[in-house]
Unconditional design. Structure first.
Length: 210
């Protein structure tokens, strides 16, 4: 049982470390609750697990879809993340998962880079893909190109930090998802009210099966 009171406690001293704003966390919970039990929820980029808890809580609220978290942590070899605390967050992530009650029957953790995990993915179709991995346009496009074949018809892709013009999230997504089979014209950009030029999420849906 995921401990809702711990995950949702947003008091300054209690909420888990992270950069995902409350509105985005609440959105993830809602979207995760809608994913059918026979589909997967996949998180690309977790840091210390703040968003992970909300995804797990949403799955518990809804149909019990399995959540898979992918993050390289200290194995990251690129030059986009140059903050030691980001690369060394695995221990804090594991401690938070244990504290909120995440168990292997509902949560799988894969320490690797997003596109390589996609290449070996043999799980169910993905009903919700949460992207909070490397935010350069090239990296976002690479990750989405690798995962798009696994997204279920009607499935949802959500990308973090889409409101930040210094990052390439929207451009990377456009390169892959402005294409047949995706509702790019119906995409939603939800900005962070506190700082509209930072964070925020982009939501793009795969078109339902005909």
């Amino acid at each position: 049982m995921i401990r809702s009171s711990l995950v949702t406690d947003w008091s300054r001293l209690s909420r888990q470390r992270g950069q995902v704003e409350l509105a985005a966390c609440q959105l993830l919970r809602d979207l995760a609750a809608r994913v059918p039990a026979d589909q997967a929820i996949v998180e690309l980029g977790a840091f210390a697990g703040r968003s992970t808890g909300w995804l797990l809580l949403g799955a518990q609220d809804g149909h019990g879809a399995h959540v898979t978290t992918v993050d390289p942590w200290e194995r990251y070899t690129g030059d986009y993340y140059d903050y030691p605390e980001y690369l060394a967050a695995r221990q804090g992530f594991e401690a938070w998962m244990a504290r909120i009650g995440a168990t292997p029957d509902r949560h799988t953790v894969v320490q690797d880079v997003a596109h390589q995990v996609a290449e070996a993915w043999q799980g169910p179709q993905v009903g919700l893909l949460w992207h909070d991995a490397e935010h350069s346009a090239d990296a976002v496009a690479r990750d989405l190109a690798a995962w798009q074949a696994h997204i279920a018809p009607g499935g949802v892709v959500v990308l973090h930090d889409a409101g930040n013009p210094r990052m390439g999230v929207v451009e990377g997504a456009r390169r892959v998802l402005d294409a047949p089979g995706w509702d790019w014209r119906g995409r939603r950009l939800i900005r962070w009210r506190r700082r509209p030029d930072r964070r925020g999420v982009l939501i793009v849906r795969r078109e339902p099966a005909q």
